[in-house]
Design a protein around this ligand. Structure first.
Ligand SMILES: Nc1ncnc2c1ncn2[C@@H]1O[C@H](COP(=O)(O)OP(=O)(O)OP(=O)(O)O)[C@@H](O)[C@H]1O
Ligand SMILES: O=P(O)(O)OC[C@H]1O[C@](O)(CO)[C@@H](O)[C@@H]1O
Ligand SMILES: [Mg+2]
Length: 788
């Protein structure tokens, strides 16, 4: 940037505001916006109290702020700059006043973080701006100079709302935090419901959108859900719900959980209330029933890691978008699609969102569903299939069903049980026979521990932490391939799902290799990646990574609070993850760590360390004991493993600080393996599990008529064709042993052979391509860390 350009930027004033219902993560968004504005050499402003503050104006409502203003905001719930539902802004008169107030404050651009309503208002404000400012000039309220200077107002939207109701973005800031609050509450309710064998009707928020109710329904394995987009069609909701609840009870469930979205309606658009549902459960089904309305608890508390991360990345993108926009650029909305931060035209997003509400109002539920994203539809279908899984009685699992083996390999990861639960319930709904292999391949070889999984046994597994069927790190070669093959034959497995991390990938590759010698491995096999290290090649996401990240984040928040309460204190937190710096990096972004060291960047260089220490010293000196000033240093265990452990690093930091601060080590250890799986891991586990079973069906014994590959695989298993006759034949079957990878919001199957041979760094036990590297730069920029 030239001096002149830099000078021009300094003239630019960008304001940020929050509006509509508060949402966890709004503070992270504002923090990121304010600091990015300052990093770009512009002046940062906040508008207090949403549109109310714009209409009132003046220095109390439109304030310039500095870097320190947003310190400590990442972990704070709600929105510190206030929000409102402002009637005046809905009228032109109110917007005219807002226009004048912005000009008086010298604002060039505005970033609005809010829901569909707030962004509708923002869109209208921008389109009306030319006429508003002209009226101010024509009525001599502003001068011609001011008119010329502020002729164009650039606006950008970031979507903050717990409802996840905005079209064109896969997630709104706050939605996963609210889902977390809901699932925690329902997990609690489950315990009391179990004790009394009661039914609970739980109302969750979401005026026009059933996302929260649907995702909570999956994550807590609720019995029935009511969402605005899909009321019961074929029979009345009363009959449908009664039939399902009665069946679940008859099959041994002691609790009944029904989730009602605030905006729930029947197919004649009549609202369905908790009282209506209560009447049916207690009156018709004679269940001891209670109602819990979760209300604003859902909006409270600190943001989950995902919300902090997207809020932060979107904040940076919003400022970039504002700086790059010209008077002609249509206002952007910052979205997340396919796990990437994107820009969408604000106007179109608002229009599309409105069309969902219009479709519901016109009773065109099919259209309403079609306007929701693909994942929403898939989740709903999954929920419905799993809900019918107890319809098929064990004796009805006929010869036609497949014997599907399920095994966990590697360290426990959040969502492993959810995956086993979903595989089982989906298998049962399709008439298959799910079989658990307990304690990995060693458990199989040593104890032949294979047991059928039943619907009743599975109750509650969706939300359980740890790994109920047991897990083990040993690969088939370590446990004994020949014995495993004999047991596969004995149990007549028709398909295998492996849930696990890097060892699981190696295991699958070994089984695929051994197909040449052992026909019992000539069955479809699939890996669902699950490890907190998130280091499985062929996927951007492994189950358990979100659970681990949230556990680590909570730990860091507490440690940071302690550091902030003690004068001049830093903590070195040691993070798990093998050779993967994923957890360290994401946690450093989510917690605002001052420094992070990861194995991918090689040994910690002395020069960088020196710079980091100097930077810490400087910031402690300038802070002069002010509050909220504790610092975190995150060190992946394997970063410079041979030279630095956390205690040594802490001691060196203290020594080099010359009294400016002291440092202590904090080691969360296996706390990072989670506890209860996060709602994100639960719902992702379900999606992956059902896709995995569908994959086994595609190449399974019942599909030999439809699929040439399934036919070949089956024939080779029973000796009708020699598997290793020619390479060509082997190649044909390679795709039937695959890794189920996540890429953005898509799920892909890639042959384990390809992943193993081309995508994996086998020595480092890592993928060759690190897809999250860009996050490190953002994390550093937002804490002012300089890199060499
Ligand atoms: N059509 C509109 N024209 C002008 N301003 C609007 C419009 N719709 C909403 N607003 C402004 O945005 C504010 C917030 O809108 P709303 O109450 O719908 O919440 P939201 O932004 O959708 O958030 P959430 O639904 O998550 O609570 C309104 O109080 C109003 O000031
Ligand atoms: O906080 P208020 O104004 O009562 O609004 C509640 C509404 O806000 C939301 O939490 C977010 O839009 C809705 O789910 C809910 O209907
Ligand atoms: Mg809204």
């Amino acid at each position: 940037m030239t001096v002149e350009e830099s000078q021009q930027m300094k003239q630019k004033a960008i304001a940020v505001m929050t509006s509509g219902g508060d949402a966890p993560g709004m503070n992270a968004n504002v923090r990121s916006i304010v600091r990015t504005i300052i990093n770009k050499n512009c002046r940062a402003y906040v508008v207090m109290e949403g549109y109310e503050g714009l209409v009132r104006g003046g220095k109390d409502y439109i304030k310039e702020c500095n870097w320190e203003f947003v310190r400590g905001w990442l972990s704070e719930g709600g929105t510190n700059i206030g929000t409102a539902r402002c009637m005046e802004f809905r009228e032109r008169k109110g917007r005219l006043t807002a226009c004048k107030n912005l000009i008086d404050a010298g604002i060039d651009a505005l970033i609005v973080c809010g829901g569909d309503g707030s962004l509708t208002g923002a869109d209208l404000f921008r389109s009306e701006w030319p006429s508003l400012i002209k009226e101010l000039k024509d009525t001599a309220i502003i001068s011609t100079e001011k008119y010329d200077r502020y002729k164009h107002l650039n606006i950008c939207g970031t979507v903050g709302s717990i409802d996840n109701d905005m079209s064109t973005t896969d997630a709104t800031i706050g939605a996963y935090s609210a889902l977390d609050r809901i699932c925690t509450a329902i997990d609690y309710i489950e315990a009391t419901a179990y004790s009394h064998s009661r039914a609970f009707v739980v109302e969750v928020m979401g005026r026009n959108c059933g996302w929260l109710a649907l995702m909570a329904g999956i994550a807590t394995s609720a019995d029935y859900i009511f969402i605005p987009e899909k009321p019961a069609q074929t029979n009345s909701w009363e009959d449908q719900m009664s039939e399902i609840v009665t069946r679940h009870r008859a099959n041994g469930k002691r609790t009944t959980i029904v989730i009602v979205a605030e905006g729930a309606i029947d197919n004649n658009l009549n609202p369905i209330t908790c009282d209506d549902v209560h009447k049916v459960l207690s009156g018709r089904l004679n269940l001891d029933t209670r109602i819990t309305i979760l209300g604003h608890v859902q909006r409270g508390g600190t943001a989950v890691a995902y919300d902090r991360v997207i809020a932060t990345l979107q904040g940076v993108e919003a400022v970039n978008a504002i700086i790059e926009s010209t008077p002609e650029t249509p206002s952007p909305l910052i979205a997340i699609n396919e796990n990437k931060i994107t820009r969408k035209p604000l106007m179109e997003s608002v229009a599309l969102t409105k069309s969902v509400a219009d479709a519901i109002a016109a009773k065109d539920f099919e259209k309403a569903m079609s306007l929701r994203d693909v994942e929403f539809k898939e989740h709903l279908n999954n929920f419905m299939s799993m809900n019918s899984s107890d319809k098929v009685l064990p004796k009805e699992i006929t010869d036609k069903g497949m014997n599907i083996a399920i095994i966990n390999i590697g360290a426990p990861a959040g969502g492993m049980n959810s995956a086993v639960y979903s595989i089982t319930t989906y298998c049962l709904s399709q008439g298959h026979n799910p079989l658990a292999i307990h304690n990995g391949f060693t458990g199989l070889v040593r104890h032949d521990s294979v047991h059928p999984l039943t619907w009743k046994q599975m109750i509650g597994w969706q939300s359980k932490g740890g790994c109920e069927i047991g897990t083990n790190r040993h690969t088939p070669k370590e446990a004994g391939v020949e014995d495993i093959a004999a047991l596969f034959l004995k149990h007549n497995f028709d398909g295998l799902v492996i849930v696990g991390g890097f060892e699981a990938l190696v295991s699958l590759q070994q089984l695929q290799d051994a197909r040449a010698d052992y026909p019992s491995f000539r069955i479809p096999m699939v890996l669902i990646p699950a490890t907190l290290s998130n280091n499985v090649p062929g996927t951007e996401y492994s189950l358990g990574a979100d659970t681990a990240l949230n556990s680590l984040m909570q730990y860091c928040d507490i440690i940071k609070q302690s550091a902030s309460s003690t004068r001049a204190r830093a903590f070195v937190v040691e993070v798990q993850g093998g050779n993967s710096g994923y957890l360290t990096t994401l946690a450093s972004l989510a917690c605002g760590a001052q420094i992070s060291y990861v194995p991918e960047e090689g040994n910690i260089s002395i020069l960088q360390l020196e710079k980091d220490i100097q930077n810490l010293k400087d910031s402690f000196k300038t802070a002069k004991g002010r509050d909220r000033f504790g610092k975190l240093v995150l060190k992946a265990t394997n970063a410079s493993l041979r030279t630095w452990d956390s205690h040594t690093l802490a001691k060196v930091l203290t020594e080099e600080a010359d009294g400016a601060f002291d440092a202590k080590a904090a080691i969360p250890g296996h706390v990072q393996q989670g506890g209860l799986p996060s709602p994100m891991d639960r719902t992702r586990a379900t999606r992956l599990a059902i896709r995995a079973v569908k994959f086994l069906e595609e190449f399974g014994k019942n599909n030999v008529e439809q699929s040439a590959t399934a036919k070949q695989l089956y024939a080779s298993r029973f000796g009708e064709t020699q598997y290793n006759e020619s390479n060509e034949f082997i190649d044909d079957l390679i795709e039937t042993a695959a890794v189920l990878g996540t890429k953005g919001s898509h799920l892909n199957f890639t042959s384990v052979k390809q992943i193993y041979e081309t995508d994996s760094d086998l020595i480092m036990r890592m993928p060759k391509n690190i897809h999250w590297n860009h996050i490190r730069e953002v994390a550093d920029a937002l804490v002012g860390r300089e890199r060499i």
